[in-house]
Design a protein around this ligand. Sequence first.
Ligand code: 5GP
Length: 237
Amino acid sequence: MSRGEQIYEGKAKIVYAGEDPDTLVLHFKDDTSAFDGEKVEQLASKGKVNNQFNAFIMEHLQAAGVPTHFLHLINDTDSLVRRLDMIPVECVVRNRAAGSLSRRLGVEEGLILEPPVFEFFLKNDALHDPMINTSHILSFGWATEDEIHAMRRWSLRINMLLTALFAAADLILVDFKLEFGRYEGELFLGDEFSPDGCRLWDAKTLEKMDKDRFRRNLGGVVEAYVEVARRLGVPLS
Ligand code: 5GP
C-alpha cells in the first residue's frame, strides 16, 4: 500500500491520497501542538502510539455499529481511511467541566455534568475554533438539519460506548472532540480519536493522562498515552 500525493498537512497528521480514489492515507506525526499551534514540539513515538490507539478505538466503535471512515492499519504510523467530504465543525462532548468550558462559565474543573454537555465549534484555527450553534451551521450551510441531529446522536452514543470502555480501564473520559464527514450521502465519523483530542483522568488519583500534560508542561506525555493504551489492551508495536 503506497501513499499518493500529499493532500493536506495538519498539526498532528499528514493526509495523502490512497491508491483507490475513494481512500486516504493518514500519517500520524510526532508533532504535538497546543494553543492553536503556538506551542509545538516533537514527542518521539507519539505518531505511532496515536495511530495504533486510534485504530483500536475506531474498530471498537465500528463493532458497536458506529459508521467510521477507518479501514485498516497500513504500518506503525499510517492508516487507510475512506475519503470523506468533511463537515467543518468540531463536536465536543463533556462529562466533567474542564478546559474552555471551565474558563467560559467559571466552573470548577472536575464538576460532573449530567446530562453530558454537547457543543459545536467551527474548525478554523485563524479564528481559534469559535463556539457556534445549530443556527450558524444551518445559515452558513456547513451541514443540514438531519446531519446536525445525526452528529449529536452519534456523539452521545460514542460517549456512552467510550465512557464504559475507559471506565473498565480505571479511566474517566472527561471530554473529547469528534469530526464527521459524508460518504455516498451517509454520515461517518472521521479524523481520529486519541489522547490528543480527549481528556482522560485516572479514576483513583485524577491524574491527567492526555494532552493536558503537554499543554500544562507536566512531562511524561507519551508515557501517559502508552499507559492508557496498556490499560485498554491496545496492541502497540
Ligand atoms: P476545550 O474546548 O476544553 O479546549 O476542548 C474540549 C475537548 O476537545 C478536549 O478534550 C480537547 O482535547 C478537544 N479539542 C477541542 N478542540 C480541539 C482541536 O482543535 N484539536 C484536538 N486535537 N482536540 C480538540
